[in-house]
Design a protein around this ligand. Structure first.
Ligand SMILES: Nc1ncnc2c1ncn2[C@@H]1O[C@H](COP(=O)(O)OP(=O)(O)O)[C@@H](O)[C@H]1O
Ligand SMILES: N[C@@H](CCOP(=O)(O)O)C(=O)O
Length: 324
């Protein structure tokens, strides 16, 4: 459960007095996510999500994230909308943390993503990339290639306790990835964490899932668009036994390409982009493995799942070797 910061009843009531959302009906911590503290909030005005920003979020960057969410929604993408208080401000402070209330998005995220989820996921990712066009400000990817070596250094004191030899293996992968990292591919605003728990679907009696919206834009940044596709290939296309499912990968790419065709250069770069994405999630998980605060209500994620993915992608130079 990701609640790092508790909110007292008195603090919540005082906070809500700054909004026109009606009276408090229900309030509970949400047992999902790892980055921020999230609470489900029900008032007489409706359902909302209250987020207290923690850990990796730089408060100075919050206006960028909230602005991007407003821009995407104005361009037709279903995503949470920051709710302004009576003074017109959406970004406030609660329990000593930066905090904001956002609209509640209907739908459920797929606990066991199937092939049927993958094409709509790809389409939603491409729609996000298209909707992001015209948002003027850029945000560098703090967890992009330039951040991986410093993060590995911060993991080094404890990394080999997770698996002997892990840091040396990562040194080798990282050197190759940085050497091969592509230049000149199309860039734009990317989600950078579009895992199944950040994509909501509407239940469909005909078993044809439809995306109802995307959440959690707090890793969004300006980077290579195809890198976002590589993140999805990592997050959506491996089975629970960590076998790569090429049918899912084909569906992701087909769904994406229907909205925004991938160029030959982007397709050719997918293997190294996939290796980079695997390293990025491996490193944050590895760091969190040793550094999550003892009292936090959060379920840490297994770094070694991403070592398995990394090894899979490293075993083949070309995307055709994956069957796609
Ligand atoms: N706008 C929203 N509408 C509905 N549920 C949400 C919304 N935002 C977050 N949630 C719920 O909270 C959980 C954690 O949110 P998430 O943004 O992934 O956390 P974190 O900030 O820790 O990454 C989600 O899995 C979802 O259940
Ligand atoms: N997707 C990341 C963790 C951060 O995502 P969240 O949405 O669960 O907060 C991972 O799997 O490592």
């Amino acid at each position: 459960m990701a609640v790092y910061t508790e909110v007292s009843d008195e603090a919540l009531r005082a906070f809500l007095a700054g909004y026109d959302l009606g009276g408090l009906v229900a309030f509970r911590g949400i047992a999902e996510g790892v980055e921020n503290s999230n609470y489900a909030l029900r008032t007489t005005g409706g359902d909302f999500i209250l987020t207290l920003y923690e850990r990796r979020v730089d408060p100075a960057e919050l206006p960028w994230f909230l602005g991007l969410m407003r821009h995407l929604a104005a361009r037709g993408l279903a995503c949470p909308q920051p709710v302004a208080g009576r003074d017109g401000e959406a970004l406030r402070e609660l329990a000593g943390r930066p905090a904001a209330i956002c609209t509640f998005l209907p739908g459920v995220w797929p606990r066991r993503p199937s092939v049927a989820h993958c094409a709509p996921l790809g389409g939603a990712l491409a729609a996000l990339h298209a909707a992001g066009e015209g948002f003027p400000a850029e945000r560098a990817n703090a967890l992009g290639p330039a951040g991986w070596a410093p993060l590995l250094e911060r993991c080094r004191p404890n990394g080999d306790t997770v698996q002997p030899g892990l840091c040396a293996e990562l040194d080798g992968h990282l050197a190759a990835i940085l050497r091969d990292w592509p230049q000149g591919l199309p860039r734009g605003h990317i989600h950078a964490d579009l895992f199944p728990d950040n994509v909501f679907f509407l239940p469909d009696p005909e078993r044809r899932p439809r995306v109802s919206g995307l959440i959690d834009f707090y890793f969004a940044c300006t980077d290579i668009l195809a890198y976002d596709v590589a993140i999805c290939l990592n997050a959506w296309c491996f089975e629970p036994d960590l076998a790569f499912n090429v049918t899912k990968a084909r569906a992701v790419l087909a769904g994406y390409s229907r909205v925004r065709p991938l160029s030959a250069a982007e397709m050719a770069a997918l293997p190294v982009l996939c290796r980079g994405a695997a390293v990025r999630f491996l490193l944050t998980r590895l760091y969190d493995w040793a550094n999550t605060p003892a009292g936090a209500m959060v379920t840490r994620k297994d770094p070694l799942e991403y070592l398995r993915r990394l090894r899979f992608f490293a075993a083949a130079e070309e995307v055709s070797a994956y069957g796609i």
